[in-house]
Write a protein that binds this ligand. Sequence first.
Ligand code: 5AD
Ligand code: SF4
Length: 357
Amino acid sequence: MNLSSNLSRESIIHFLEGGGPDSRLFEAARAALQESAGSGVFLRGIVELSNNCRKNCLYCGLRKDNRNFSRYTIPAGEVVTVLKSGYAKGLRSFLLQSGELLGASHIDHIEKILRWVSGNLEGVSMVLSTGELPAKVLERFKKAGAHRYLLRIEASTPELYKRFHPDDGLHEYGDRLRSLQMIRASGWQTGTGVLIGLPGQTSENLADDLLFMKEMDIDMCGMGPYLEHEQTPLWNRRGELSQLEEREVLTLRMISLLRILLPTINIAATTALQTLDPEGLEKGLMAGANVVMPNLTPMKYRKDYNLYQGKVHVEDTLDEVLKILGNRCGVIGRNVELENPGDPIHFTNRMKAQAGD
Ligand code: 5AD
Ligand code: SF4
């Protein structure tokens, strides 16, 4: 079977179902990465800005109706402190992530932080993952200096999406898709992603997720295993889940297949993958990922950003984290690229092609 970027749906399903062998798949993904983006590992410092959310996704611990933990928003001063220290250690890209909120104070807060970064940290690429927001708000963020946006489609099959989101008008598949399309059309470096291993999800669904990403021609992807959370409605269906090992191997196959389909994009070895397996970082990179996201959220907030249970809480200082990361990547022959914002080559090529049109 030909492992190239025009992989058929049937071949994708074949590999997802373990028709592999996996070793061949992972190797082909690494070769595709090596040829296009190279073997560098890019760092994205993540700040979990606020765990408030107006939504109620059935799988997520931060859902609005979960009242079993405290809600926070990190004040701008504290965010600035962690960004400064990340910058001093060589990080050149930061991701601000939060639940979805439309309130003016939340939007102003993000804008203020972006403006501070633009005025004070040179050569930094700011990434936002703050949900479905109106075009006007995104324009403000862009003017304030951000140029990458991550909005996971979560499940690209509308019927599956519907099963994991309440039917209350706030969680429409069509709205999410239009939001993602609007982001891409308005010039953002665009990222998406899906949950892997949801109850009832088939390899056909996952193959369609990959083809969706190919069709959308995205620049970045963060996708990880679904991990259960006791304080969510989906907990009741945990009996239907596949074993963690299976969800892990499926995630690795998804990473490799996406790398083959879209060789020049950035793909993250996600925290969920690393939560599932202490060697998730190495395995994700070996399967074709090239981005790692060290967590910069101040310690006192971390326990309250629980999307799922068992999320890794590293107590090490940033210095230690970076040293460990460097060593772990080195062991598998990969180099951590400090002082490099790591713009996806896919986006750069896209812009060049547009300019040449
Ligand atoms: N398991 C894994 N990932 C989850 N997310 C939310 N809940 C879970 C869960 N239980 C992911 C969603 C969201 C991102 C911020 O976290 O994909 O987009
Ligand atoms: Fe909110 Fe995102 Fe969690 Fe959904 S997945 S409840 S939008 S934080």
